[in-house]
Design a protein around this ligand. Sequence first.
Ligand code: ZN
Ligand code: ZN
Length: 486
Amino acid sequence: MKWHTTLALIAAALTTACAQPTPEQQVINDAATALGGRDRILAVKTLVLEGEGTNGNLGQDMTMDAAGQAFQLSGYKRSIDVAGGRARTEQTRTPNFAYFQGQQPQKQISGVDGDVGYTVAANGTAGRASNAAAKDRRAEMYHHPLTLMRAALDPASKLANPRDANGQRAVDVTTGGGLTFTLAIDGSTKLPTRVVSMTDNPNLGDVAIETSFADYQDVNGLKLPARLTTKTDKYQTADIRVTRQTVDGDTGNLAAPEAAASAAAGTGPPPATVTAEELAKGIWFLAGQSHHSVLVEFGDHLVLIEAPQNDTRALAVIAKARELRPGKPITQVVNTHHHFDHSGGLRAAVSEGLAVLTQAQNVAFYKDAMTRAHTIVPDALAKNPKPLTIEGVDEEKTLSDSAMTMTLYHIAGNPHADTLLMAYFPKQKLLVEVDAFSPGSAVQPYAANLIENIKKRNLQVDRIVPLHGTIAPYSELLKTQATTTH
Ligand SMILES: [Zn+2]
Ligand SMILES: [Zn+2]
């Protein structure tokens, strides 16, 4: 090697060593030093977190603003192969509220291995998660200071937008794999305080998933948080207290189960199947899959009860309704309650020009939901914006003309949700409800209250039309009490 080449190399090395880090690099350098140093961070291969905590009940609590329902977690174990991009979480969750499946503990296993997301059922059967769920789990792997810092220190990552945020320093990190996160560090300790990433939620649109870190402990030459709290938008979804942290221990097998790896990945909800059964003149049961709707014909218009699940289901149901009565406009959709699986098609219904009738406590939430940004996964309303017309029902409302009479009642005091409406057809002696009574289900924790509401209102019911399961005689609802009280 010629001497001037050698000198040039030395000069280049000196320049690199002496160069001032950019402000974004400074945030990462500070955090790396606080966590135990760059080399120590990069040497880590695996991390196992064990502990306990709670999961929230996002979109399924008593009202949208309620936060009293939670699942207590025991046996929480999160194993991360930080170098291999694989993670698996095992936990046993126990609801602190009256739950459909009963209040017994339920074991859950979920994971991600590269592009494959999976769950393992209690009986050991593995299933593949949707692509969207797999993507969320890949992102979730970086919702920890160690994994995100490893990514930030990788030359393939891009750092941007260094800034002050309420006494903290924040920087955006885009990984070599194309995932973007905001990392915030404490202004004085320089320890990471939170990681934020954006994802799509069908009901809430573009949402921030934010994990906050606290209670840092010394673990094998690293500082690692023992408290991890996660929110989706403003709703807390997990609060984990780690009681044992193992760096480079045995993670067990983190490969996706063969049954999941070989299955086709779901790219979206399955195609909708909508069947139509005329229950009485002008009343159709639109069923076919897990979440049903009911179509009601008035003199010069139609009213739909329920736009459930997602755009796919709701648009298929609306199309079926138009096919059954092509000459009449569908003017309104009645929403049975705010739970995400029952309100997930409301935005699609609004995009089709339907006005919303719902229990009064949901009005503010739906006004917000209809105006939220859906840029990550544009839905029907994002592509075809329409103003929302909405009316709240407090305790009851009757819709009536010469052709049809239907009264909506609040199912008051039901432990399933505070926002439930049922629809009663006095002439036909039909009652449409959902979740309060699901015919055929082994556990009926909400049925006693439904009976109370029916008796209190003096309703004459022959048949229950449930929006889950099959139509049942009223006697079957009464039987739930005979079996649960003896
Ligand atoms: Zn529900
Ligand atoms: Zn339901």
